[in-house]
Write a protein that binds this ligand. Sequence first.
Ligand code: ADP
Ligand code: MG
Ligand code: MG
Length: 249
Amino acid sequence: MLRIDNLRASVEDKEILKGLSLEVKPGEVHAIMGPNGAGKSTLGNVLSGRAGYEVNSGTVEFNGKNLFDFEVEERAREGLFLAFQYPVEIPGVSNMEFLKVSVDAVRKHRGLPELSSVEFMKLARATSQKVKLDQAFLKRGVNEGFSGGEKKRNEILQMMLLEPSLCILDETDSGLDIDALQTVAEGVNAMRSEDRSFIVVTHYQRLLDYIVPDYVHVLSDGKIVKSGDKSLAKELEAKGYGWLESGEV
Ligand code: ADP
Ligand code: MG
Ligand code: MG
């Protein structure tokens, strides 16, 4: 599914990712934890091809292809989904229109017929209900004036509609109330399948009580410094990250 090998990447000429390697197989859920500024969001941004992030060396294979051969918009069509820590607002473009255009592009790429407006509206409404987002949010501008929790629900809505093969969720639990957190977790859990994988970036062990990962990794200073199973998250909660940085790995 995803194979990252010795990835080095910079932002504004400062190297942030310093030889990161990670392999995610189909059906797996990987959690990435780590101190602030370690490079967790940078990893998501580099994978999504966000402007300003420069890859210096290393490789990323996605479904057997070089991810960096794909333009940013192509990555989504290829099945990569990124839920950002700070989702963008697009005032003036209704959420429904935005979702339909995204879903149309993905379906076309997969050789599926385009959904009619009516079919899409039905699907979008039913899916909004699943993520407990009031249908009124489909008519509003994309994320315009949405609260943190509503933005997250909207992201899960997008994710469910796009049916990606790899979903990367960044700090989904930051500033979320427990209800929104559970909705996100339920959304992820409902979408778990043997051919879909997840990378969940989180500061808090709490989220991993709801989304139980197959693997937990600690990202520190641009590298994965420790990997384990879900018990590692508990250990981190109890001990913090200091013991890893001081070299007692
Ligand atoms: P994390 O998500 O683990 O908290 P980030 O990936 O956001 O860490 O940040 C890693 C480092 O990269 C930080 O020192 C941060 O200041 C820097 N950084 C990230 N994005 C930018 C940017 N757009 N411009 C300048 N510095 C950045
Ligand atoms: Mg951060
Ligand atoms: Mg971050």
